[in-house]
Design a protein around this ligand. Structure first.
Ligand code: T46
Length: 140
C-alpha cells in the first residue's frame, strides 16, 4: 500500500457455503503484534456517519469489516488511499501516524478491530493540522 505504516492483512478462511464462512486471525501469524484489546463498531444505520478522523502516535491496529461494507481513507500526510472494506477475511494494518477516516457504511456494517495496546486517549491526534506538523517534524 502506498500509505506509510499500512498494509493488507489476509486471513485464512473456509467458505462453507451454504453453511457460512469461518475466518481465523492468529497472533504472531497474520496479526503482527500481541493483541491487548479487541473492539467492534456496530449499528451503523446512519449512512452519513463519519468515524475516525484521527491518527495514533504509536498504536498498531488491524481493522476488519466482518459484515457489510464501508470506505476507509488512509493518509500519511503525503499519500492518501481509499480502501473499500467489504471482505471479512481482508483487513488493513494501521500503524502510527496514519490519519484514518471511515465513511459510507452499509446499514448492516460491523467493524472489528484488533489493537496492540489498551485504550489511551493521549495516543490520539484528533487535529489534522497537528497531525501534519508531527509528520513533518518526524521527517527532519
Ligand atoms: C480507531 C478507529 C478504527 C474507549 O473508551 N475505549 C476504547 O477502546 C475505544 C476504541 C474508544 N473509547 C471511547 C473514546 C471515545 O469517547 O469511545 C468513544 C468513541 O471513540 P472514537 O470516537 O475514537 O471512535 P472511532 O470509531 O472514531 O475510532 C475508533 C477507535 O477509537 C480508534 O482508535 O483507530 O476506531
Amino acid at each position: 500500500m502506498k500509505v506509510k505504516n499500512t498494509s493488507l492483512v489476509k486471513l485464512k478462511y473456509f467458505d462453507d457455503y451454504p453453511d457460512g464462512n469461518l475466518v481465523i486471525a492468529e497472533e504472531g501469524k497474520n496479526i503482527p503484534f500481541k493483541i491487548k484489546r479487541i473492539y467492534y463498531i456496530t449499528d451503523l444505520g446512519n449512512a452519513k456517519a463519519i468515524r475516525g478522523k484521527h491518527a495514533h502516535r504509536k498504536l498498531e491496529q488491524v481493522i476488519f469489516c466482518v459484515k457489510g461494507s464501508f470506505s476507509l481513507t488512509l493518509d500519511d500526510g503525503k499519500n492518501k488511499s481509499l480502501v473499500k472494506m467489504n471482505k471479512p477475511h481482508v483487513g488493513v494494518r494501521i500503524g502510527k501516524l496514519v490519519w484514518l477516516t471511515m465513511t459510507d457504511f452499509s446499514s448492516d456494517c460491523a467493524i472489528l478491530v484488533l489493537a496492540a495496546d489498551f485504550y489511551d486517549e493521549a495516543d490520539y491526534i484528533r487535529n489534522y493540522q497537528e497531525f501534519l506538523n508531527l509528520v513533518k517534524k518526524k521527517k527532519k
